[in-house]
Write a protein that binds this ligand. Structure first.
Ligand code: DX5
Ligand code: ZN
Length: 221
């Protein structure tokens, strides 16, 4: 199933609740929430208090992307504030296997993210543990960057790897996805599409509906 996951990093934080209500009304089902620690990535975004606050006002699926060193330290905190899925970076975990198992044990879906330069081989022994793999299509840290073309081949290879292993693992892409790059990643095998500036820049509802239509996601609640 194809799913659009708008990234609130590009929302207007002065009216965050209103922006979330707009994507929800457009029929979006997932919200992508980028948490940055200023160490794994240069920037700092937002964390538990913001997530707990928006959780009170929406039923959307919370897809939480942790750009954080040793995210295993915060699994229960993110569960408590309402995360439905936690994505950790392979590059940020000393004990990736254990971190993924702890996320599952806490009752959330587990995702593993790979930076553009990280090879797919790091997934070899953890693929059966995860619900989703996030292929970063920009270097993480900021919204509004340009899609890195070499990532298309990486998505294609991952799709083959998942199919050959006979696993049911979603493939997410994140960074530089817009009307131009969306067809490319869908064709390569991605099915969960993060979009920040291409949803929240301009008319939010029109943008969300148009991207969902291109993906064959109905938007019907
Ligand atoms: C970047 C974040 C992305 C970001 C994407 O590090 O992980 O989720 O919000 O923004 P766009 O879609 O504008 O590239
Ligand atoms: Zn993200």
């Amino acid at each position: 199933m194809n799913i659009l996951a708008p990234s609130i990093l590009s929302a207007d934080f002065n009216c965050l609740g209103e922006d979330i209500r707009k994507v929800e009304e457009a029929g979006v089902k997932w919200l992508h929430i980028d948490v940055m620690d200023g160490s794994f990535v240069p920037s700092i975004s937002y964390g538990m208090p913001v997530i707990a606050s928006i959780r009170k006002h929406t039923e959307l699926f919370f897809d939480v992307h942790l750009m954080v060193e040793e995210p295993g330290r915060y699994i229960q905190d993110f569960k408590n504030c309402g995360a439905d899925q936690l994505i950790v970076h392979a590059e940020a975990c000393k004990h990736l296997d254990s971190t993924l198992r702890l996320i599952k044990k806490a009752g959330m879906r587990a995702g593993v993210a790979l930076n553009p330069a990280t090879p797919l081989s790091v997934l070899e022994y953890v693929l059966p543990l995860v619900d989703m793999v996030l292929i970063m299509t920009v270097n993480p840290g900021f919204g509004g960057q340009t899609y890195i073309e070499t990532c298309t081949e990486k998505v294609r290879k991952l799709k083959k790897m998942v199919t050959e292993a006979g696993l049911d693992v979603d493939i997410q892409v994140d960074g530089g996805i817009n009307r131009q790059t969306l067809p490319t990643v869908l064709d390569a095998g991605a099915n969960i599409i993060v979009a920040g500036s291409s949803v929240f820049g301009g008319n939010i509802q029109e943008n969300a509906r148009e991207l969902m239509t291109m993906m064959g996601e109905s938007g019907i609640k």
